[in-house]
Design a protein around this ligand. Structure first.
Ligand code: F6R
Length: 612
C-alpha cells in the first residue's frame, strides 16, 4: 500500500523516480508526488489522481536534480487530495518525507506538537511524524539521522519512510518497520523502492532492508544501522527477474496478461518439482520438514482475500489426502483474538505479495507462541517469506494487476503438491491415487491453455450481463471456494455486487434474491457433487434466474438447464479448481473492461495491503 521510490546518483533523478512511480502504481493511485533536490534547493510537487496527472502537472517545471524521492498514495489518514499527497515538507522547509504505513500514535504526537506551536497543512500522520523529527532535530541540534532514530523509538505503527534534507544534498535516509524497502546498488548510484520493479532496469544487485533498520544512502555509500546506532553489513541479493516480466507485453492490461500467462506460470511452479514419470515431488521446504508436517495434529492456514480462498481449497484437499484437520483463518481475525496454537500445530501462511500487514502480524504472533510456519508466497524475498521457518514460492512472477489471478493458481498448485507430498509419505493415499493426481497436475498447464483459447465466449457472456446489479456464484465441494473467488473478482473489477455461496446453502437465504434479472454462475464441473448441483440449478431455473454454468466438456445435462455454458477440460475434482477459476477471471475482466473500468487499478483498492 503506497509505493515509494528514491534515487541518488549522477543521473537525472526525476525520470527515474517518475518511471518507478508508474511501476509501483498498483500499490495505490489516489495521488502522487515527488521531491527533487538541486544544489540544496528542495522542490516538492504533488497532485491528486494517478501518476499520469502528476506527469502532466510537471510539464514545464524545472526537474533537474540528482536526488529525488517519489510517492504514490493509497489514502489512510486524510482524503485523497493535493494537500494530503506526499511528499510532505517540514514546518521549517528543510526536510521532505514520504511514508508508506500508518503511525498509530500520531494523535498524541500531534497534540504535543500543537502545544509547541506547530500547525499542519494536511490531515496525514506523515506530516505529524515529519514535524516530530524536525522538532527533535532542532531541540537536540543533532543530525537528521539521530533525530529520526529518536523519533522512531517513540512511534508505534508501520512505516517505510524516505527523508531528504536540503542541507545534505546527496543523501536519502530511509527506515522501515512493517512496510517493505528494497535498495538497488548501482555503480556510484543507489535506488530505493517498495519493491524491485523500479530498480530492475538499472541493477540486479539489491539489499532488502529489515524491520527496525535505518539506511543512510549516498551515491557511493550505503550504510545500514539498527535503531541502536550499530552498523549492520548490507546483504546483497541478486534479483532473479527480467524487465519483460513487469511490462504489459502487448496486452491491453496487466490483468489480461497475467490471466494468459497462467499456462506458463503454473508450468514454472511445477517445473523441477513434480515429475509424474518418476512419480516424485521434490520441494526442499517440504522435504526438509516432512516429519513435522506428517506429524501435525492440525494445520492452520492464515491468509487474506484471494489467498484466503486458496486456503479454503487447500483445506478440502489436505483433509482429503492427508487426513489432518485443517482450519482456515482470516489473518485479520486471527491476530486480534486469542487463538489456540498448540505444539504440533503447523501454520501455513499464503500471500502473493508477502507483505500483507494482517498476515504478517498474525504470523509474528503465532511465531512468538512457538508455531512452525510454512510460507506459500509469490514475492521472492518478501517479509512473509523471510519470517517463515520454511516455505515454497509459487513462482508466478510479478503480479501487477490489482486483482490476483496467476498467483492464485500458483498457490493452488503449490498447496496441492504439498498435500500430495505429505499424503504419500504419511501413507494416507495409495500409490495409485498419488500417481494419478501427479499426472493430472502435470496436465494442468495444457488444459489452462485450452480454456484460454475460448476466452471470447466469456466476452459474449460479459456483454449480456454487464449491466446487472447483482450476481450470485454457486459451487459445491472443491468448487465452493471458487464461487467465492469468482464473486470477489467480479466485485473488484466491475463494481457489480456479487455473492459466493455453497450451492446448497443458497436455499437458506440468498434464494430470496433470485428473479429473472439475477445472473447465477454455477461452477458445476463433473465431480462427486454433480448430481446435487444439478438439483440446485433446477431450483434457480424454477425461479427464472439466468444461469451461467462452468461445466466439464461432455456434460449433457447442464446445458439444458443453463442460459449460457462454458466448458473446461475434464479433470479430477481435486485439480478442477485450478481450471474452473480461469473462466471466472475472464468473465470479471471482460465485464470490467466493457464497463469502462480501469481493471488494473480499480477504485479504492491497492495491491499490497500493508496497513491493517
Ligand atoms: C483480490 C486480491 C486481494 C489479495 C489480498 C491478500 O484479487 O488481490 O484480495 O488476495 O489482499 O494479498 P496477499 O496475497 O498479497 O497477501
Amino acid at each position: 500500500m503506497c509505493g515509494i521510490v528514491g534515487y541518488t546518483g549522477p543521473k537525472q533523478a526525476y525520470p527515474i523516480v517518475l518511471k518507478g512511480l508508474k511501476r509501483l502504481e498498483y500499490r495505490g493511485y489516489d495521488s502522487s508526488g515527488v521531491a527533487l533536490m538541486n544544489d540544496g534547493k528542495l522542490s516538492v510537487y504533488k497532485k491528486k489522481g494517478k501518476v499520469a496527472e502528476l506527469e502532466d502537472y510537471m510539464i514545464g517545471k524545472d526537474v533537474s536534480a540528482h536526488i529525488g524521492i517519489g510517492h504514490t498514495r493509497w489514502a489512510t489518514h486524510g482524503e485523497p487530495s493535493d494537500r494530503n499527497a506526499h511528499p510532505h515538507t517540514s514546518a521549517n522547509g528543510r526536510f521532505a518525507m514520504i511514508h508508506n504505513g500508518i503511525i498509530e500514535n500520531y494523535a498524541q504526537i500531534k497534540n504535543e506538537l500543537t502545544n509547541k506551536g506547530y500547525s499542519f497543512t494536511s490531515d496525514t500522520d506523515t506530516e505529524v511524524l515529519l514535524n516530530f523529527i524536525e522538532n527533535i532535530q532542532q531541540h537536540n541540534d543533532c543530525s537528521l539521522e539521530e533525530a529520526l532514530r529518536i523519533a522512531l523509538k517513540r512511534v508505534t505503527g508501520a512505516y517505510c519512510i524516505l527523508l531528504v534534507d536540503s542541507e545534505d544534498p546527496e543523501t536519502i535516509i530511509a527506515a522501515r518497520k512493517g512496510s517493505p524497502l528494497v535498495i538497488g546498488v548501482g555503480k556510484g548510484e543507489h535506488f530505493l523502492a517498495s519493491d524491485a520493479s523500479p530498480i530492475i532496469e538499472y541493477t540486479k544487485e539489491v539489499v532488502y532492508v529489515n524491520d527496525y533498520e535505518l539506511a543512510i544512502v549516498k551515491p557511493n555509500e550505503l550504510i545500514l544501522k539498527n535503531l541502536g546506532n550499530e552498523k549492520i553489513t548490507p546483504f546483497i541479493t541478486k534479483l532473479d527477474m527480467e524487465l519483460a516480466a513487469i511490462e504489459k507485453g502487448g496486452y491491453d492490461h496487466f490483468m489480461l496478461k497475467e490471466i494468459f500467462e497462467q499456462p506458463s506460470t503454473i508450468f514454472d511452479c511445477l517445473r523441477g518439482r513434480l515429475d509424474a514419470v518418476s512419480g516424485t515431488i521434490t520441494m526442499a521446504g517440504i522435504d526438509q520438514h516432512i516429519e513435522q508436517l506428517k506429524a501435525a495434529n492440525r494445520i492452520l492456514i492464515i491468509a487474506c482475500g484471494t489467498s484466503w480462498h486458496a486456503a479454503l481449497v487447500a483445506e478440502y484437499v489436505i483433509e482429503e489426502l492427508c487426513r489432518i484437520p485443517v482450519e482456515v483463518e482470516y489473518a485479520s481475525e486471527f491476530r486480534y483474538r486469542n487463538p489456540i496454537v498448540n505444539k504440533g500445530d503447523v501454520i501455513i501462511a499464503i500471500s502473493q505479495s508477502g507483505e500483507t500487514a494482517d498476515t504478517l502480524v498474525a504470523l509474528e504472533k503465532a511465531k512468538e507462541n512457538g508455531a512452525f510456519i510454512f510460507g506459500v508466497v509469490n514475492a521472492v524475498g518478501s517479509s512473509i517469506a523471510r519470517i517463515s521457518h520454511a516455505g515454497a514460492y509459487t513462482h508466478a512472477g510479478p503480479e501487477i494487476g490489482v486483482a490476483s489471478t496467476k498467483a492464485f493458481t500458483g498457490q493452488l498448485a503449490v498447496l496441492t503438491m504439498m498435500a500430495l507430498s505429505i499424503a504419500i509419505q504419511k501413507g494416507s493415499i495409495t500409490q495409485e491415487r498419488y500417481q494419478q493426481l501427479l499426472t493430472e497436475l502435470q496436465d494442468v498447464p495444457e488444459k489452462v491453455d485450452a480454456i484460454l483459447k475460448n476466452a471470447d465466449e466469456l466476452k459474449v457472456i460479459a456483454e449480456v450481463y454487464k449491466d446487472a446489479s447483482d450476481f450470485l456464484f454457486l459451487g459445491r465441494g472443491y468448487n465452493f471456494p471458487i464461487a467465492l473467488e469468482g464473486a470477489l473478482k467480479l466485485k473488484e473489477i466491475s463494481y457489480i455486487h456479487a455473492e459466493g455461496y455453497p450451492a446448497a446453502e443458497m436455499k437458506h437465504g440468498p434464494i430470496a434474491l433470485v428473479d429473472e434479472n439475477l445472473p447465477v454462475v454455477f461452477i458445476a464441473t463433473k465431480d462427486s457433487y454433480h448430481e446435487k448441483i444439478i438439483s440446485n440449478m433446477q431450483e434457480i431455473k424454477a425461479r427464472k434466474g439466468k444461469i451461467i454454468s462452468i461445466i466439464t466438456e461432455g456434460d449433457e445435462v447442464s446445458p439444458g438447464l443453463s442460459n449460457h455454458v462454458f466448458s473446461i477440460p475434464p479433470a479430477d475434482e481435486l485439480i478442477a479448481p485450478i481450471l474452473s477459476v480461469i473462466p471466472l477471471q475472464l468473465l470479471s475482466y471482460y465485464t470490467g473492461v466493457l464497463k469502462g473500468i480501469d481493471v488494473d487499478k480499480p477504485r479504492n483498492l491497492a495491491k499490497s495491503v500493508t496497513v491493517e
